[in-house]
Design a protein around this ligand. Sequence first.
Ligand code: TMP
Ligand code: MG
Length: 285
Amino acid sequence: MSKNETDIIFILVLKRHQFMVKDPYLILLIILFPQVISDFDMTLTRFAHNGMRVPTTHNILDNRLLINEDCTKKELLNTYYPIEIDAGRSTEEKLPLMVEWWTKVHELLIDQRIRKDMLARAVKESSAMLREGYKVFFDHLAEHHIPLLIFSAGVGDVLEEVIRQNHVFHPNINIISNYMDFDHTGVLQAFKGQLIHTFNKRQGALSHAAHLRQVQDRPNVLLLGDSLGDLTMADGVTDTHNILTIGFLNDQVEERKESYINSFDIVLVKDETMDIPNAIVKYVT
Ligand code: TMP
Ligand code: MG
């Protein structure tokens, strides 16, 4: 395809979507040595499908195969998720509450003695779904040897199983997440390393991404996220030249629109597809 044809397709895709872009020329700046850094839950996965919420990696674990009926994990979600997305609270205010949520959930999961050999079945039985157009996105990046760093405050073992079962776990992918630590019988006994929640990705980036060579070699970043906390995911790349940020605004749209427009370069409103990221990665490769 000629550059002209790509230009036309690119503009058409952008026009078809309800989105806002601060500076269209930013897109051109990530052409040389690009990499993609993306959040997972509600960014690479859909937020909803046919009016039903799509499960996060944490919610995939809410399966009788893994946890008892009386486990209070869902009640914690009902308490803390509204706080996570509350436009009226500052990040500083949310921080200790997120640590509290994640710590309680990890403890509950350990109490439930989750079995490693049941994870793949739980993913298969779940309604987990990557965004429409995900295959083009993952395959195109792999084909063009563009590194994809997936940075998730979810559960790494479940995340890996989701992308494996969707046949897109390619060699260009690195993952930073909360990984389960199983004992010799395959029962969950702890979580490995420093806890990652939605608003401490900067610390995770500095301690993990700083050691990934592929990440350091690529100064131009396309960053995808659904939370303002995701904006710090590229902080582990020491020498960034340009960062183009795309924010998926899935929930509490009116309340959060202004802060998303002020924080991300492109904001996608209730868009369940990868069309815009796909148009951009195709344009820059
Ligand atoms: P992410 O960093 O991949 O988006 O994963 C974090 C999301 O996980 C966050 O937006 C809230 C969600 N979550 C649940 O759905 N259930 C839980 O129990 C916890 C702790 C988080
Ligand atoms: Mg997310």
